[in-house]
Design a protein around this ligand. Sequence first.
Ligand code: CA
Length: 220
Amino acid sequence: MRVLLVEDDRMIGEVLAQTLKDAKYAVDWVRDGQTALNTLESQVYGVVLLDLGLPKKDGLEVLRSIRAKDNPVPVLVITARDTLDDRIRGLDGGADDYVLKPFEMTELLARMRAVVRRKGGVAGPVLSNGVISLDPVTREVNFNGQPTRLSGREFSLLQALMVRPGAILSRSDLEDRIYGWNEEVESNAVEFLIHSLRKKLGSNVIKNVRGVGWMVSKEK
Ligand code: CA
């Protein structure tokens, strides 16, 4: 999954970016509010981690602009401003949750998964279509009840499709959800991943809709 990290503090940003990469997220890191908004105009993210104290446009302004444009991306605010007032203002402005600095990385990752899950409209923590189940927390995948090992990218691609079984995602939708900016994407990377997923999960699991994209079938 792709994450937009908006943080002006270099040290915090570096630690966060590395932690997220280690957790297999594709991370794009911007350091001011205006760049964050420009980026969100053209790119699709699974979640935004947003600092509040930012140059050019502060985090609350960024949040209001995101929501004013009806962008539904989950936003997790990271802030040192530990006051009730700010919390309320942030949530009114459309933040999905808060993490207060200083925080444990494990807490941040858990909250990220929780906001993504809530926004995906999935009640339980495990994504399932009746044949495949995928746990975003433990990263376990079961196919017909059998545990299956996937690479980080295979997992990201399958997760993108499993958020809404039956929904078709195009090649660029999938690339946007799997790769970060500074990553070179081979033209056939998505096909390659789908090919290897089909080898592991059977050829019928991911359906190709010719000229449109791919989907996993809905629960039967
Ligand atoms: Ca800051």
